[in-house]
Design a protein around this ligand. Structure first.
Ligand SMILES: N[C@@H](CCC(=O)N[C@@H](CS)C(=O)NCC(=O)O)C(=O)O
Length: 239
């Protein structure tokens, strides 16, 4: 069996993160094109390794325990490859923590926001009239969150918690699932996710964590005009 890493790839910024890393680390790899414009990302065999129907993803046939391993999410792939090779991930924990901060900044900020900016500049104008853009944008985000809730629901069909045992992955996702009403979702539609939500919500440490800072949070429905304007200036750059 070949030792080559299989790269599931399409030529986009997220795909290039991994092709660049593989080249930099001089790891041999086999390219599998996932033509996202043709819907390859929804093929069942691809969903088995990338349940969020997004590329890039990899399969490494030679994981340390001898069994192959698959990884999706470009940030997790970069961390995996860097750990595997011992390259480009700092010399000690202090350096790694610095790298992690910028990696997560890219994954959670630069990437998603630049992606949406590109969507609204390059794709949305072909899909909808200017007057309909607000409604279109609202629906786009609603549908995307609904899809993501569904991805987690599927994951929880196989695992009690997101990644097997209770972990920081559950702690990261829980507050956003808890905001389901705020983001227009009906949790009842997602059976496993609702069940997971109740289990996490009943943990005393979670309740303690949720109570932190409660008293300093302002009730949005009670803000006056000046407060609304100040908030809009600070949060959304409104002049
Ligand atoms: N957070 C993901 C994002 C990956 C992503 O958005 N990939 C896009 C192309 S750049 C994709 O596969 N899109 C397919 C789709 O939207 O169905 C990562 O960093 O791996």
């Amino acid at each position: 069996m070949s030792n080559e890493i299989e790269l599931f790839f399409w030529a986009t910024p997220n795909g290039w993160k991994i092709s660049i890393a593989l080249e930099e680390m001089q790891l041999p790899y086999k390219l599998n094109l996932v033509d996202i414009s043709k819907g390859d990302q929804f093929k069942p065999e691809f969903l088995k390794i990338s349940p969020n129907n997004r590329m890039p993803a990899i399969i490494d046939p030679t994981f340390i325990d001898g069994a192959p391993i698959s990884v999706f999410e470009s940030g997790a792939i970069l961390q995996y490859l860097a750990r595997k090779t011992g390259k480009f991930y700092g010399k000690n924990d202090r350096e790694r923590i610095l790298i992690d901060q910028w990696l997560f900044w890219q994954m959670a900020g630069l990437g998603p926001m630049a992606g949406q900016a590109s969507h609204y500049r390059n794709y949305a104008p072909n899909l909808v009239d200017d007057q309909k853009l607000i409604e279109y944008g609202r629906n786009r985000y609603f549908n995307e969150v609904r899809r993501l809730f569904g991805v987690l629901d599927n994951q929880l069909a196989n695992y009690e918690f997101i990644a097997g045992e209770y972990s920081i992955a559950d702690m990261a996702c829980f507050p956003w699932i808890r905001a389901y009403e705020f983001v227009g979702q009906d949790l009842k539609e997602f059976k496993k996710l609702s069940n997971w939500y109740e289990i996490i919500n009943s943990r005393p440490a979670v309740q303690k964590g949720l109570a932190v800072g409660k008293e300093s949070k302002r009730d949005q429905t009670k803000l006056n005009k000046e407060e609304i304007e100040e908030q809009a200036r600070n949060l959304f750059g409104k002049k």
